[in-house]
Write a new protein. Structure first.
Length: 335
């Protein structure tokens, strides 16, 4: 399977083995030559704990140990040394969000509790900078006592987890509160991209954002991008390569459920060339997803560099224009 993926032309898509469990709001990341997918919610909107592992070279899915805490709308990031961190999310439809974190070890097929974040939230994103021993937890939504009630708060909150100590600490807030955003880390800088937010009110209303901002750890400050995204979107899958940040799918609509998303799915793929500054423009519609969907597997490390030097991204699950939860798994060649 690795050989066939290496034959893809730039921007070409191919269908891969479907993920066994249909879901949206799942999270994951590539660890070694496997894509790990955990949590999410099914058609009856229950938070899930299933872990499934996709072998990129064999085009085969297998099951792993379940999360210690079932959750949807969480965040994930690979930590190096065969590990994946999961944090935040919504444990059930009757509860608020959580600050709990856990780490999966591929070698032992076990989850271990990590120190909780300082702020409970769902719809956040994690961005790892493993070379510096850091994991950033960016944005999200605090849905207070219930994630299906009002009011809610769209968060500017940023925390960083230190791999050396296992401790979280707060960093300066972003300029804009964002949930269901994309996050990328490149040369030590953290990019927070799109998402949705607005005035803190109903959990049903979350206006899509076309803004982005960059955190510089040397200055300890966030700078808003002077350009805008070609299409405002939230719930996209974000791929990062050596030379680009690429946004796939998501919705440009004002809501985060499958019904509102289905009316405003984004098929255009947009790209920011790296290295980038806050003045850099986004390249619009560099490719088109053959089947646009929202609630794709989110996480960090959704792109894989093959031995040939070519990058591919894996786009998994979500809900489509018919509001159906799908098991679609696609591979696409990246710049």
């Amino acid at each position: 399977m690795l050989f066939s993926l290496s034959l893809l032309a730039l921007g070409e898509y191919t269908q891969l083995a479907p993920i066994p469990t249909e879901r949206r709001g799942a999270i994951g990341g590539i660890v070694g030559s496997q894509l790990l997918v955990a949590g999410g919610s099914g058609p009856v909107r229950t938070a899930g704990g299933a872990l499934e592992l996709y072998d990129i070279e064999k085009n085969v899915w297998t099951k792993g140990a379940k999360l210690l805490m079932s959750r949807s709308d969480a965040a994930a990031a690979p930590l190096g040394e065969g590990r994946l961190m999961v944090s935040g999310g919504m444990p059930s439809i009757t509860s608020g969000n959580t600050s709990e974190a856990e780490i999966y070890d591929v070698a032992t097929n076990t989850w271990t509790r990590a120190e909780p974040m300082q702020r409970a939230r769902r719809g956040l994103a994690l961005g790892p900078d493993v070379s510096r021993g850091l994991v950033y937890a960016v944005g999200g939504m605090d849905c207070m006592s219930s994630c299906y009630a009002s009011p809610v708060e769209f968060l500017k909150t940023v925390e960083v987890y230190h791999l050396s100590t296992g401790k979280w600490e707060y960093l300066p807030d972003m300029h804009i509160g964002r949930r269901d955003l994309g996050v990328a880390v490149h040369e030590g800088k953290v990019y927070a991209i799109g998402g949705c937010g607005g005035i803190d009110k109903s959990y049903l209303t979350c206006e899509a954002l076309d803004s982005w901002e960059v955190y510089d750890p040397d200055t300890g400050s966030w700078t808003l991008g002077q350009s805008t995204l070609p299409i405002a979107r939230h719930g996209a899958a974000t791929a990062v390569t050596d030379s680009a940040i690429i946004l796939f799918g998501g919705s440009s609509g004002p809501g985060i459920d499958k019904t509102s998303s289905a009316k405003a799915l984004v098929s255009a793929v947009d790209m920011l060339t790296l290295p980038a500054s806050s003045m850099s423009p986004w390249n619009a519609n560099v490719s088109t997803m053959p089947d646009a969907r929202d609630g794709l597997v989110k996480g960090y490390g959704l792109s894989y560099k093959m031995a040939t030097g070519k990058w591919v991204s894996l786009l998994v699950a979500g809900s489509d224009v018919t509001e159906a939860y799908v098991t679609t798994t696609e591979g696409v060649s990246l710049p």
